[in-house]
Design a protein around this ligand. Structure first.
Ligand code: BGC
Length: 743
């Protein structure tokens, strides 16, 4: 009745005022009302088992012939298991692949089988919500378009590219029949040792928040029922990325002030952007596993941040409350703890016992029916929003742009703009095409190295699932300057350097993610350091090409090479992108999204505190990274002039600066505005990034760049742990120019 009145009232008012903004609001309200009514009507017919089944997410392994993690090849469904899981136990969500990527044609077979069981054999007929890690493109579908990984995307500082990456990934994921991607990672990348650093947008809160918002918009658009859009999944809430030892899933101890200042804002920005789902952090934060922490999953996430979408666990994390964290004596107790803490869906993922145990917990009064209904309502609302009740999946045939040239070009541009020129002594680069080059090193002839983890397989290390026809760095160089000009030596020890004009040494890391990527030493592998030292001794100029997921220490070799290019996993088009940069078809424009450390015991972010500056000789030169956050060279030069900072109306500050391309080539520049709070009641960072813009300039061209920022963006988390703006002096800095203003 209440709803009908509201609806009538809305109709009456909208008849009177035909303002378009109001019309929009009305449409949203009506849509929400219809949605609520649909979901409530459906829920009124569901049994407890139906509901608990909806809250269960299992891996495809559980439906397949073979044992979990060890399925029959090629993949085959097991009818008995399908019947048991989907019909008997009413499981509502499936995830992942059985070990490796499938073709889009096989994905279609998978969905038609699964959705057929859901629709025709299960009483409720509720469609299955399939979820996948499509984290740098649709990396579990063979031949899909693959972009740079997130840290590479962040190196572009190009928000349009982040949006395009979201858009293309959504398109190709839907083309694979899947409406939900576990992406983006919004953990902040502030520890260089962490094996998932490359899955983040880097160390800065502002850059990561902006990239995340645009990526999510690209994925979800304004309407996720559109068959080219998918639901995104912000992950991993909260405090996953900074563990004491820098290892995956270790304990994190993060004080409240830091959580608010550095770890929550990326999620808050994404929630405000409308992100549909969230995945919870596998680790423990301040002594409590996040999956068991009601203060984080309900008080913070729901009440403070206002998130109303679906919260899913990470892989097996309810089980780990027993086996790893030891806060529950058995699986049943763990389920009670995490569902009561605020989990809506459990990525169980390998057996069906969750359904029975959660039903028992409800019957015993440990978990309330309200909590179940709240969770199920969120799940069904998402299924409805995704249009699954109308069309549980679409055929790949409806997606002519899957792996199209248009998509490839977007991935190539992103890869090109992600390659950082970190050193270029005497304009060594770009190289002339007539040069004879010797290519060596472990990164030179591998697509897997360019793509990293989550490519074809979880660890991204099986060549069998690579896209045919994609060029490694070596192949792309050969394509560019002709095989006759290129010598390749896999083993550098036998390399003949006499005929080469220049040596391109490709170093870095082999693919990895999560636990298997843990390291005990951030230094670059000794054998690779040895190789570069030996090559440098030949007297031939060495160009270092570094492909890695985190900044391995290269201090010993930096001074011995003429030029350095760094890319954080540029993806399938990375080989071609490197060749384009090396030979000058593309002018590099990327900037470091992290601080590149010089020593493995001196890991510090750019926005460190004043006391971090004090050196052992008591000078203030204590911050001495290999490469600074925001740094990156170009084949042209940019000159900055006329920084002008003024306070304008409505608590805003306007900063303008003139940027000139003072070199001889067209180029893109990332204009970065940093602000220093001169005096504050909580020790201020030396500076914080507050705005940026990427512009393109012809030789000789000047553009005025304007940033307008609100005073509240200069606030910090104060002594009482609340955000506060403290009046005083602020220094605005763009490139080498500084201007102080009193606010
Ligand atoms: C990872 C998540 C991922 C999930 C599903 C977990 O191990 O931590 O990032 O989304 O697996 O594959």
């Amino acid at each position: 009745m209440r709803k009908i009145n509201k609806y009538v009232l809305l109709l009456l008012i909208s008849g009177a005022f035909l303002f378009s903004s109001f019309q929009n609001e009305r449409e949203i309200n009506v849509k929400n009302n219809d949605m609520d009514q649909f979901v409530e009507a459906l829920m009124s017919k569901m049994t407890l088992k139906d509901k608990v089944g909806e809250m269960t997410q299992l891996a495809i392994d559980v439906l397949s012939v073979g044992a979990p993690y060890n399925l029959k090849e090629p993949h085959e469904f097991d009818k008995k298991k399908l019947e048991n899981v989907l019909v008997e136990n009413r499981v509502g969500s499936i995830l992942n692949v059985g070990g490796h990527a499938y073709s889009k044609e096989y994905w279609e077979e998978i969905h038609s089988t699964i959705q057929d069981y859901a629709k025709n054999k299960k009483d409720s007929g509720i469609p299955i919500l399939y979820g996948i890690d499509a984290i740098h493109g649709t990396n579990y579908t063979l031949e899909a378009t693959l972009f740079p990984q997130q840290l590479g995307q962040a190196s572009t500082w190009n928000l349009e590219l982040a949006e395009t990456c979201g858009e293309v990934t959504a398109y190709e994921t839907r083309a694979s029949g899947i409406p939900w991607s576990f992406s983006p990672v919004l953990d902040i990348g502030r520890d260089a040792r962490w094996p998932r650093l490359w899955e983040t947008y880097g160390e800065d809160v502002f850059l990561a928040s902006e990239m995340g918002k645009r990526f999510i918009f690209g994925m979800e658009g304004n309407d996720v029922s559109d068959k080219t859009k998918v639901a995104s999944c912000m992950k991993h809430f909260l405090g996953y990325s900074v563990t004491l030892r820098g290892k995956d899933r270790g304990p994190a101890w993060i004080p409240d002030r830091q959580l608010q200042e550095y770890f929550i804002p990326t999620f808050k920005a994404a929630i405000d952007q409308g992100a549909k789902t969230i995945m919870i952090c596998s680790g423990e934060l301040n002594g409590i596993p996040v999956h068991a922490d009601k203060r984080i999953l309900t008080d913070l996430l729901r009440k403070d941040l206002g998130f109303n979408g679906l919260a899913v666990t990470d892989w097996e994390d309810i089980g780990y409350l027993v086996s790893r964290h030891r806060v529950a004596k058995d699986f049943k107790e763990a389920i009670g703890i995490s569902i009561n803490a605020g989990i809506d869906m459990a990525m169980v993922p390998m057996d069906v016992s969750f359904v029975k145990l959660l039903m028992e917990l409800v019957e015993e009064g440990v978990v309330s029916m309200d909590r179940i209904d709240e969770a199920v309502k969120r799940i069904l609302t998402l299924k409805k929003e995704l249009g699954l009740f109308d069309e549980p999946f679409h055929s790949y045939k409806e997606f002519p742009d899957f792996a199209s040239e248009k998509h490839r070009k977007a991935a190539l541009q992103t890869a090109e703009e992600s390659i950082i020129l970190a050193k270029n002594e005497n304009n060594m680069l770009p190289l002339h095409r007539k040069k004879k080059v010797l290519v060596v090193g472990p990164s030179s002839n591998s697509l897997n190295v360019l793509n990293g983890g989550w490519t074809g397989t979880w660890q991204g290390d099986n060549e069998k699932y690579n896209t045919p026809g994609k060029a490694t760095i070596l192949q792309a160089i050969e394509n560019k300057i002709g095989k006759a000009n290129v010598t390749y030596q896999k083993d550098w020890k036998t390399a003949n350097t006499t005929d080469a004009d220049v040596i391109i040494a490709c170093i870095g890391e082999q693919p990895y993610t999560e636990k298997p990527g843990d390291i005990d030493d951030l230094d670059l592998e000794a054998a690779q350091v040895k190789m570069v030292n030996a090559l440098a001794k030949t007297g031939k100029p060495v160009v270092l090409v570094v492909v890695e997921g985190r900044p391995r220490i290269i201090r010993e070799i930096v001074d011995k090479v003429a030029a350095i290019l760094v890319a954080f996993l540029p993806g399938n088009e990375g080989g071609e992108a490197f060749a384009n940069v090396l030979f000058g078809d593309v002018n590099p424009s990327a900037k470091f999204p992290i601080t590149y450390p010089k020593f493995s015991n001196d890991l510090l972010t750019y926005d460190h505190k004043g006391t971090d500056l004090v050196r052992r000789d008591f000078t203030m030169n204590g911050f001495d990274p290999q490469f600074e956050f925001g740094f990156g060279l170009s084949y042209t030069t940019f000159t900055y002039k006329n920084l002008n900072v003024t306070a304008i109306e409505k608590d805003r500050i306007k900063a303008t600066v003139d940027v000139t391309n003072s070199g001889a080539r067209k180029g893109k520049e990332v204009v970065q505005l940093y602000v220093t709070d001169e005096v504050a009641s909580i020790t201020p960072s030396v500076k914080r990034l507050r705005a940026f813009d990427k512009i393109e300039l012809d030789p000789g061209e000047t553009k005025q760049v304007t940033f307008t920022i609100h005073k509240k963006n200069l606030s910090f988390v104060g002594q009482d742990n609340k955000w506060v703006f403290e009046p005083g002096d602020f220094t605005f800095q763009i490139d080498g120019l500084k201007e102080k203003i009193s606010l």
